[in-house]
Write a protein that binds this ligand. Structure first.
Ligand code: CA
Ligand code: CA
Ligand code: CA
Length: 501
C-alpha cells in the first residue's frame, strides 16, 4: 500500500492480493458454489483506492469520496512497452495484444515520484486451468507454474480467459508491474512490460544521480532471480514523466563469492532471445540464459533514502542446495544464499559502485541472517544481530522510513514450535542500518502475515497491513467476538502525537 497526497486529500491505495476462500465462501469447503461466487471472488481481487481523513486523531474512510475506486480482475488495462502487440499477447478477445482485463494477486507495490502507484502481479499462475486434460503445456508455461489445475479459485468455470486450452496466451498477459494513477478514477491502468514478467514482489524505484529511473524488482520463487530496470529516458523535475517506465533495459544480478557482484543486461545479444518483447514476456528464461544467481526467494527490495544502499529480503528456501529451480538452474549453497534448506531467511544488501544506481557493479554483504539462537549454535542461530529477544523467520516486507530506519515485516512460520519455538506470531521489526541493531516493534494477531507499510505526510501516523489473520480459524481480528477475521490496515501513532518516522 501507499498513501498519496492530492489536492489536500489523502488517498490510500491498497492491494487486495488474494482471498481466503473458506472465509468469503463461509460455510463451504472453500470452493465457489456457482458463477456468482466466482464473480465475487474476482471482484475481491485487485487494488482499492480509498480516500481517508484524520479527525480528532482517528483515521477514517471518506465513504462518499469521488476518488474511491476498485480495480478488479475484470478492469480494462492497457498493455505498454516492448511486449505491446506481440503475437504471444494476442487472444480472441484482443487480436491486437494491446489491452487486457484485470490484475490479480498483487503482492508488494511501489510508487513513483510523479504520483502513481505500482501494483505487482505475483502468483498470477494459480488462477489458470485447462478444461482439456490432454492440453500440452509449453516449457514457458511450466517455468511460470501454469498447470492443468488452478489453486481452487475456479475462475475458468465462469470466464474462458482462464482456460488455457481455449486461451493459451492469456497467462502471458499477467505477471507484470501495473501503473495506476490514484488521482484519476477514470484512468486506465497500464501494464508496464518493460519491467519484465515474473512473480513480482515489489517495485522499489529510485532516481539515479544521472536522472535515470531505476527500479529494483524481486521474483518471489525458490531459486529465481533479482532484477533491475533502468529507464531509457531521464526524469525531468516538473516535466512530463508519465511514461518513463515504458522503455528501458532490464538487468539481472550475479553475485560473486568475493562479495562483489554485477548487473547483466538482458538483451537479444546476451540472452540469444529474438527480441526485447520476448525478453519482457519470458524474463525468467532470459535471466537463466545469462547465468544469474539463483536466490532464496527475493521478496521486497528497499533503498536507503539518503545514500546508495539497497536491501532485499530473501525470505526462505527449503530447496537451497537440494534441487534446481523450475528452469533447471542449480541452487548451490554460497554467496548471499549461504545455508542449505534455508528455513529462516536473510537480508542481503548492496552498494552500487561509485554510489551510482545505474552502475554495472556493486559490493554486497548480509545485513542479517534470521535464525533461532535459543536452539542452535551452527548457522541456524543466525547472524550476530539476531538474539532471543528479536528472533524471527521469513523476512518479507522491507521499507525505509524517511528517518533512515529499516522496517522488516515477516510472513513465515507462526507455529511457535520446533525450529520456530520462541518466535511467536508474524511481526514487524525496526532495524538501524548503521549499527545493525534490530528490535521487535509489533507482533501481529494469530495466523496473519504483517505486510504493507506507509505513513502520513506529517510522519506522525504509520499504516501497517495485517493480512489473513485467523486464516486457520484461530483469530477473529480485528472485531473480535464471533466476527469473521478480516485483513485490515492499522494506524499507529506515538502517545505524545509526535513524529514517528
Ligand atoms: Ca511474495
Ligand atoms: Ca510478500
Ligand atoms: Ca512471503
Amino acid at each position: 500500500m501507499s498513501l498519496f497526497q492530492h489536492n489536500g486529500k489523502h488517498l490510500l491505495v491498497v492491494n487486495n492480493e488474494y482471498t481466503n476462500r473458506k472465509i468469503i465462501y463461509a460455510g463451504s469447503e472453500g470452493k465457489p458454489a456457482n458463477a456468482d461466487d466466482i464473480r465475487k471472488g474476482k471482484a475481491a481481487h485487485g487494488v482499492s483506492v480509498v480516500e481517508v481523513m484524520e479527525r480528532n486523531g482517528q483515521w477514517e474512510v471518506v465513504k462518499d469520496s469521488a476518488y474511491n475506486r476498485r480495480i478488479t480482475a475484470d478492469s480494462p488495462m492497457e498493455i505498454t512497452g516492448p511486449a505491446r502487440g506481440h503475437d504471444f499477447l494476442k487472444t480472441k478477445a484482443d487480436p491486437k495484444g494491446t489491452e487486457s482485463l484485470g490484475t490479480w494477486n498483487n503482492c508488494g507495490n511501489g510508487r513513483t515520484p510523479w504520483g502513481t502507484y505500482l501494483a505487482c502481479e505475483e502468483n498470477f499462475n494459480g488462477y489458470f486451468s485447462s478444461s482439456d486434460e490432454n492440453y500440452e503445456l509449453s516449457n514457458e508455461q511450466k517455468r511460470y507454474g501454469i498447470g492443468h489445475k488452478d489453486w481452487g479459485y475456479g475462475w475458468a468455470a465462469e470466464d474462458d480467459r482462464f482456460d488455457i486450452s481455449k486461451n493459451p496466451n492469456e497467462p502471458n498477459r499477467a505477471g507484470y508491474i501495473v501503473e495506476i494513477d490514484p488521482t484519476d478514477p477514470s484512468s486506465t491502468p497500464k501494464k508496464r512490460t518493460a519491467l519484465g514478467r515474473f512473480k513480482h514482489e515489489n517495485a522499489e524505484l529510485v532516481l539515479a544521480d544521472n536522472g535515470h529511473v531505476v527500479v529494483y524488482l524481486g521474483d518471489d520463487e525458490r531459486g529465481e532471480f533479482l532484477y533491475r530496470f533502468v529507464s531509457s529516458k531521464k526524469y525531468v523535475a516538473g516535466g512530463d514523466n508519465r511514461d518513463l517506465l515504458e522503455d528501458g533495459t532490464l538487468y539481472t544480478a550475479k553475485f560473486r563469492e568475493n562479495q562483489r557482484g554485477e548487473w547483466i543486461a538482458l538483451t537479444p545479444e546476451t540472452t540469444g532471445m529474438k527480441s526485447k518483447a520476448e525478453i519482457a514476456i519470458y524474463t525468467r528464461l532470459a535471466a537463466s540464459a545469462v547465468g544469474a544467481t539463483t536466490m532464496d526467494r527475493p521478496e521486497w527490495v528497499a533503498a536507503h533514502p539518503a545514500k546508495a544502499e539497497v536491501y532485499c529480503a530473501l525470505t526462505n528456501n527449503k530447496n537451497r542446495g537440494v534441487k534446481p529451480n523450475k528452469g533447471g538452474d542449480a541452487t548451490p549453497v554460497g554467496g548471499p544464499n549461504p545455508r542449505e534448506k534455508n528455513l529462516f531467511g536473510q537480508i542481503v544488501r548492496w552498494r552500487p559502485t561509485g554510489g551510482d544506481h545505474t552502475s554495472a557493479e556493486f559490493a554486497w554483504d548480509l545485513f542479517a541472517m534470521a535464525g533461532n539462537p535459543a536452539l542452535y549454535d551452527d548457522m541456524r542461530k543466525g547472524s550476530d544481530n539476531i538474539t532471543t529477544e528479536n528472533m524471527f523467520n521469513s523476512p518479507d516486507g522491507l521499507a525505509f522510513s524517511p528517518n533512515g530506519l529499516l522496517w522488516i515485516q515477516t510472513d513465515g512460520n507462526y507455529s511457535n514450535a520446533n525450529d520456530f519455538e520462541g518466535q511467536g506470531n508474524n511481526q514487524m521489526l525496526c532495524a538501524d542500518p548503521e549499527t545493525g541493531e534490530i528490535k521487535r516493534f509489533l507482533v501481529g494477531p494469530k495466523e496473519c502475515e504483517v505486510t504493507g507499510i506507509t505513513w502520513s505526510a506529517d510522519r506522525k501516523t504509520m499504516f501497517v497491513g495485517i493480512q489473513h489473520p485467523g486464516e486457520r480459524g484461530g483469530s477473529h481480528f480485528p472485531e473480535g467476538g464471533d466476527a469473521a477475521p478480516r485483513s485490515c490496515v492499522i494506524a499507529i501513532k506515538k502517545s505524545d502525537g509526535g513524529e514517528l518516522v
